[in-house]
Design a protein around this ligand. Structure first.
Ligand SMILES: Nc1ncnc2c1ncn2[C@@H]1O[C@H](COP(=O)(O)OP(=O)(O)OP(=O)(O)O)[C@@H](O)[C@H]1O
Length: 251
């Protein structure tokens, strides 16, 4: 235990603090980009007020907040059961995927994007990184299929039943199609873009996903990341960006 009295800080205390900091950070990464993030902020404010009322010995307030907190904790578990399940699945998911598998996935994905760009077939593909995209996958049609060039082309083909909306990729699997992404507001830097690009930007604002957009109008390929849209990418540049951002990082 940390020795507050003497101020002596041992190696164990430092390890303890580092572990708690890592846990809090990993917890934040798990919820960031989900609707739970605002609730986490709310809970922190609530916890802060409760702590302050304890320190100031405001007995009634601290008693009431303590009681409400216990009930609220159970309510949160019930309300956020899907997010909690997604987070736990993420922790339990094996990390080490074969480099060959990811290399092959990158080739298949890049080839599909190139072919759709050549033919001016609009596409919107979100590649999950740390932020779980389960809540956006739930807006579309669930799939669990091996990613391949013909499969992606078939999904986005004009008049195909699932061509409207975005596809979500998790590792080498396509987990959902025809998904609705949050739209970035139309008054910012990218206001001249249509809804496909604004949906890519919107999702990139609320998650760390890498989102590839193929324009139906221009046949251009761009990548949305952290609320920004890349310039038009050549197929070589697109492959290189995807390798750096997704497939190398995980290998
Ligand atoms: N919220 C959304 N989430 C996912 N996909 C969306 C969303 N809104 C629109 N789309 C997709 O974008 C398509 C319309 O694209 P629109 O032409 O408005 O955009 P754009 O950015 O100009 O793209 P393009 O250059 O391909 O024309 C829709 O048919 C649908 O597939």
């Amino acid at each position: 235990m940390l020795n507050w009295g003497t101020g002596a800080l041992g190696v164990k205390d430092i390890v303890d603090i580092a572990l708690v900091a890592t846990l809090i950070y990993q917890g934040y990464l798990l919820v960031s980009g989900t609707r739970a993030v605002n609730v986490v902020r709310g809970v922190m404010v609530f916890g802060g007020v409760w702590l302050a009322s304890n320190l100031l010995s405001l007995t009634t307030l601290s008693y009431l907040l303590g009681r409400a907190g216990t009930v609220g904790l159970f309510a949160l578990v019930v309300v956020f059961q899907p997010e909690l399940r997604a987070a736990l699945e993420r922790i339990g998911r094996p990390r080490a995927r074969g480099a060959t598998d990811l290399g092959a996935t990158l080739q298949e994905l890049a080839r599909a994007v190139e072919r759709m760009a050549e033919r001016k077939i609009g596409a919107l593909i979100a590649i999950e990184r740390r932020t779980p995209l389960g809540e956006y996958a739930a807006t579309g049609v669930p799939l669990d299929a091996q990613l391949s060039t013909p499969f992606l082309e078939a999904l986005f083909a004009r008049n195909a039943p699932l061509h409207d909306g975005g596809v979500i990729v998790q590792g080498s699997r396509v987990i959902a199609a025809a998904c609705l992404f949050p739209l970035q507001s139309s008054d910012g830097l990218y206001r001249r873009y249509g809804t496909r690009h604004r949906a890519a930007l919107g999702l990139s604002e609320v998650s760390d996903a890498v989102i590839v957009v193929v324009s139906e109008e221009r046949g251009s390929v761009r990548i949305a990341l952290s609320g920004r849209l890349s310039p038009e990418l050549s197929s070589g540049e697109m492959r290189e960006r995807l390798r750096e951002l997704v497939y190398e990082e995980n290998a």
